[in-house]
Each structure stands twice: as structure tokens, then as C-alpha cells.
Write a protein that binds this ligand. Structure first.
Ligand code: NAD
Length: 252
């Protein structure tokens, strides 16, 4: 049984989808959770729900992770109000920026890199000094299969998610001796509202690239994250963990 009792976990993009499922799984194992999302009302609602359901301390804030100022302010308040972060899950991301390279507006590229990559760096930078001081920490970055194999029409998404792998490995190298691990989770297609927005035909084609022939459920990603965030995962560091049911394998 994984036990996160006494830990403070911050999960970005946790008002819905995979992030909410991660927050719920961590809270169900005893972690006090901070729900951080650009959708502030959604974050508050999720915090109320998990407090009721899991009897842990929950905390919520409206946060756009691409804003350096907001990240600094929210992590300062969070630390003062529920304690220093032991577990950071960089989950928030946008998946709607689809265009081939020749058609990708430069501003859209910049915006996606700032949310899907820079945001994770800003958040990690806020928690690492205190984790190092306390000689314990877990950072889990939600990358994507696209970060490893690219994605047609997803240049900024694939580049940002590949960038997260480099960030993860660098945190792993710089902080292993502080008992801090950093790992990346690479999901295939996951059954969330974001996936529901993908046109049905395309969703079916992507789903069929997984030998298991179904999407992942958010809980299947959350269970992996919960393990990586646990004390038991102490010797897993800098690892890209594919949660794809084998979609990256040759299949036909
Ligand atoms: P989602 O769109 O359902 O949820 C994303 C959450 O992030 C939302 O609550 C949204 O408000 C929040 N968010 C968006 N921009 C933000 C910002 N600037 N600051 C703070 N919060 C912000 O998406 P999801 O399907 O749950 O995906 C979650 C993560 O998993 C993303 O990083 C995504 O790239 C990754 N992922 C998803 C899939 C999939 O198939 N769903 C596959 C691989 C990777």
C-alpha cells in the first residue's frame, strides 16, 4: 500500500482530467494536496470534493503556470499555508495547438512552449531549494508519447514534451544526492475532455496504435504517478516511463 501521509503534494492543471485524477489518487493515499489551475473555480471545486472524499487538507489557487510572477506568489502562499511541497506533479498543459510547421503561427509556438515547458521549470525552481534542505522530494513531469516520437501537426507540443524529458533528467542529475527524484510519465491517448475534443475518426486511429486498442483511463496514469511519488520508488530517477500499453512498439 502506498502511503503519502504527511506529504504535501502540488499538482498543476488539476481542476479536471489527468491532473484531477492524480490529485485524487495522492489524496486517497493520505497526501495533503494543492490544486493549482488556471481555472480557479474548477480548482476550488476539486479541492472541496477531495477534502470531503479523502479527509485530507486541500488547498486551491488560480495559477497560470506560464506566468513567473504568479508561480512565485502561489508557491509562497501555498508553503506558508499548508507547508513546503514534498511532491510536485507538473501536469498542466494545453493540447489544442495543432498545425503543421509551415502553418504554425510563431506566437502559438511561443505560448505553447511557455505553458507546456517553461511552466514546469518555473514550478520546479520554486520547490527544489526546500526539498534539498529537507533532503526529500519527488518531481513527476507529465510528458507525452509525442515527446519521444514526435507528432504530426504537433511541433510545439512534441518539442515542449521532449523538452520536459531534458528538464527531468537534469533535475535528476542535480538533485539525486538530496534524495530528490525526478521522473517523466509519457502517456499515450488518455480518456479526458481534451481527448474527447479530438475528432472521432482521428481518435479511433490514434487509439488503434495501442496494441491494447483502447485509450488509457486517467486513473492508470495517476497510479503510475502515485508510485513514482512514493518512498518506495526511491531508486527510479531520470526515467521516462511510458504509460502507453505499448503504442510506441511496432504494431499493425
Ligand atoms: P485537460 O485539458 O483535460 O486538463 C488540463 C488542465 O490544465 C485543465 O484543468 C486546464 O485548465 C489546466 N491548464 C491549462 N493551461 C494551464 C496553465 N497555463 N496553467 C495552469 N493550468 C492550466 O488535459 P488532460 O488530458 O488531463 O492532460 C493533462 C496533461 O497530460 C497535459 O500536460 C497533457 O499534455 C498530458 N497528456 C495528455 C494526454 C491525453 O491523451 N489526454 C496524452 C499525453 C499527455
Amino acid at each position: 500500500m502506498i502511503d503519502h501521509s504527511g506529504r504535501v503534494a502540488a499538482v498543476t492543471g488539476s481542476a479536471r482530467g489527468i491532473g484531477k485524477s492524480i490529485a485524487r489518487t495522492l489524496a486517497a493515499s493520505g497526501a495533503n494536496v494543492a490544486i493549482l489551475d488556471v481555472n480557479g473555480d474548477g480548482a476550488q471545486a476539486c479541492a472541496r470534493e477531495l477534502k470531503e472524499e479523502c479527509s485530507v487538507i486541500t488547498w486551491a489557487a488560480s495559477l497560470d503556470i506560464s506566468s513567473k510572477e504568479q508561480v512565485v506568489d502561489v508557491f509562497e502562499r501555498l508553503t506558508a499555508e499548508i507547508g513546503a511541497v514534498d511532491i510536485l506533479v507538473n501536469n498542466a498543459g494545453i493540447t489544442t495547438n495543432v498545425n503543421v510547421i509551415t502553418e504554425m503561427p510563431m506566437d502559438a509556438w511561443d505560448r505553447e512552449i511557455s505553458i507546456n515547458l517553461s511552466g514546469a521549470f518555473y514550478c520546479a525552481k520554486q520547490v527544489l531549494p526546500s526539498m534539498a534542505e529537507r533532503q526529500w522530494g519527488r518531481i513527476v513531469n507529465i510528458s507525452s508519447l509525442a515527446g519521444a516520437i514526435g507528432g504530426f501537426g504537433q511541433c510545439s507540443y512534441a518539442a515542449a514534451k521532449a523538452g520536459l524529458l531534458g528538464l527531468t533528467k537534469t533535475i535528476a542529475l542535480e538533485h539525486a544526492r538530496n534524495n530528490i527524484t525526478a521522473n517523466a510519465v509519457l502517456p499515450g491517448l488518455v480518456n479526458t475532455e481534451a481527448a474527447a475534443a479530438v475528432p472521432e475518426k482521428l481518435r479511433e486511429r490514434i487509439t488503434n496504435t495501442a496494441p491494447i486498442r483502447r485509450m488509457a483511463e486517467p486513473e492508470e496514469i495517476a497510479n503510475t504517478v502515485s508510485f513514482l511519488a512514493s518512498a518506495e520508488a526511491s531508486y527510479i530517477n531520470g526515467a521516462p516511463i511510458f504509460v502507453t500499453a505499448g503504442a510506441e512498439l511496432f504494431t499493425f
